[in-house]
Design a protein around this ligand. Structure first.
Ligand SMILES: [Zn+2]
Length: 120
């Protein structure tokens, strides 16, 4: 595990992260679960990391560069309630699940597919 996590003693966040790990260990590289896990990390862990000015190693799986889906998620634009737009090809979708499928089908080559990068 990461070096900085050894010093990490915020109980609620630690518990949440542990729960996520236990819940999802049997499924690999799920976009939805990855998104949920990153949301928790950004919500609970990152404010602490920033406050204490820890540097997360780029080797660490919690470093943002090691987020398998980040590039795609950053190209997903929620334009309106029923409108999602692909930032790569500008195609539009009615639901998030369709743009997720579109990323899987049309832009899978943009994924950082080294399997060790998967947070789950
Ligand atoms: Zn597209």
């Amino acid at each position: 595990m990461c070096c900085f996590l050894q010093d990490f003693e915020e109980p609620a966040a630690a518990r949440t992260l542990k729960q996520v790990e236990e819940d999802v260990h049997e499924i690999h590289c799920s976009r939805e679960r990855s998104r949920a896990a990153w949301k928790i990390i950004e919500e609970y862990l990152m404010p602490f990391v920033e406050k204490e000015r820890y540097q997360i190693s780029t080797m660490c799986r919690l470093h943002p560069d090691n987020d398998l889906f980040r590039d795609q998620e950053q190209h997903k634009f929620h334009v309106d309630i029923n409108e999602w737009k692909c930032g790569f090809c500008k195609k539009r979708f009615y639901e998030e699940k369709y743009i997720d499928q579109h990323f899987d089908n049309r832009h899978y080559n943009l994924l950082n597919v080294v399997c060790s990068l998967c947070l789950l």
